[in-house]
Design a protein around this ligand. Structure first.
Ligand code: ADP
Ligand code: MG
Length: 406
């Protein structure tokens, strides 16, 4: 394929922070940009040359996007396959519909991983309350096959007897039942694959979650070389089996010293945000490059780095006093431009660079503690259930957890 060159217009389905970073990367390389998202206040809309406020399956909106754009990609996996097929008939689309269809359904994902010989946590499908589950899978995690993210759509049955109630609590929809593993570490790897089948992997990151939401990512992960090589090989196997073009993120568990695949996302990933500040080519520039058929960029780490996610909690007492908070840190603050802060909503992240990964992580935790001191837990408690209006120009804080906290 001849490369798509600037000033062609590139489109993205979804206008959250991931779409926003894609738009910035595309613009920096000289491309025009278009965003399709039903939410008029989605942060990426404000950054794009063309804003299409419509549902992701709106035929007229998709036709307009396809007419505008030379190529279209996604910032979330929940895009209907029919949307990608409609676009692909008129413009370049990557990743392909099949990769998205597998990535958005945990059952298909697990079957696919088994078929290509990659280890996961032991699992069974649960499609009906009577589905027998072997006792060896407990204590377990029950996850809805579709629609879950940031730990949503999950229950934790301790024993087989609790399974029917857990399944009903999740809406009696198709689910995956997984053995709950004693995790030694959680890792992730972001890999790009071009149309020519060439790949470029970023260093493996180690991730820590709180309440199911990514809290920190550190690169390079403090793991043996052989384990990192296994992670790269697993991601390459997934990408090649999917005939994948674009940026792919794979989450791994380390349990009993062995690597298992947790899940993958057909897009850049929160745990790859360190690449914005610590690598020559960010995961978002790489997304542009793979989509357009440009050579993939360099992925070496220029400095050990830690990324701290900043959630809506930090706004409980108003906009955090960023200049003071960032003083003394070798860090970069990325604010997503969301108008309303909510509990658990990803509002910003900070990348901290340091001489070692552990020093960068310590700085991230120190910054997090400062942010929480600012937010002041008692204020948060008193405000619970009410909506606190922030001064103009700042994100308002809403204490009710967001139903959609993206
Ligand atoms: N089988 C498991 N054993 C232990 N912990 C798990 C297991 N599955 C998920 N988790 C924990 O829950 C987190 C969220 O689960 P995940 O399947 O990645 O869903 P999401 O789509 O919400 O990211 C994981 O990062 C991990 O911390
Ligand atoms: Mg996950």
């Amino acid at each position: 394929m001849t490369p798509i060159l600037p000033p062609a217009i590139l489109g993205v389905l979804g206008g959250g922070q991931l779409g926003g970073f894609f738009v910035r990367a595309a613009r920096r390389l000289g491309y025009g940009t278009a965003v399709l998202d039903p939410d008029a206040e989605a942060p990426a809309h404000a950054l794009a040359d063309h804003r299409i406020v419509a549902e992701l399956d709106d035929a007229a909106a998709l036709d307009r996007l396809a007419t505008l754009c030379a190529a279209v990609t996604v910032e979330r996996e929940g895009v209907p396959a029919s949307t990608l097929h409609r676009l692909a008939a008129r413009c370049t689309v990557a990743p392909n519909a099949e990769a998205l269809a597998i990535g958005q359904d945990r059952l298909r994902e697990k079957r696919f991983l088994r078929a290509i010989g990659l280890p996961t946590a032991p699992w069974r499908e649960v499609l009906a309350p009577a589905d027998a589950a072997p006792g060896a899978l407990f204590p377990a995690l029950l996850k809805t096959a579709r629609g879950g993210y940031d730990g949503k759509g999950q229950r934790r049955p301790e024993a087989p007897g609790e399974l029917p109630a857990a399944w009903r609590a999740l809406g009696a929809v198709p689910c995956v039942l997984e053995k709950r593993l004693a995790l030694e570490r959680e890792l992730s790897l972001v890999l790009a694959r071009g149309r020519d089948g060439r790949t470029a992997a970023y260093p493996v990151a180690e991730n820590r979650h709180r309440a199911g939401i990514l809290h920190t990512s550190v690169a390079p992960a403090p793991i043996p070389e052989a384990l990192a090589a296994q992670a790269v090989a697993a991601a390459e196997r997934i990408a090649s089996a999917l005939d994948y073009v674009g940026v792919l993120a794979v989450e791994f568990f380390v349990a009993g010293g062995a690597l298992r695949v947790n899940e993958f996302a057909p897009r850049p990933h929160n745990s790859g945000h360190f690449t914005l500040d610590a690598c020559a080519t960010s995961q978002f520039e790489q997304q542009v490059r793979a989509l357009c058929g440009l050579p993939l960029g360099e992925t070496t780490l220029r400095s050990p780095a830690a990324m701290l996610n900043v959630l809506g909690e930090a706004w409980a007492a108003g906009e955090p006093p960023w200049p003071g908070l960032m003083r003394g840190h070798r860090g970069t603050l990325h604010l997503y431009g969301k108008r309303q802060a909510k509990l658990g909503r990803k509002m910003a992240h900070v990348t901290l660079l340091a001489a070692s990964a552990s020093a960068a992580l310590a700085e991230a935790e120190a910054l997090h503690a400062q942010l929480m001191r600012h937010a002041n837990a008692p204020v948060l408690g008193r405000a619970r259930g009410r909506i606190a209006r922030a001064p103009a120009g700042q994100a308002a804080f809403k204490t009710a957890p967001a139903r959609d906290s993206r």
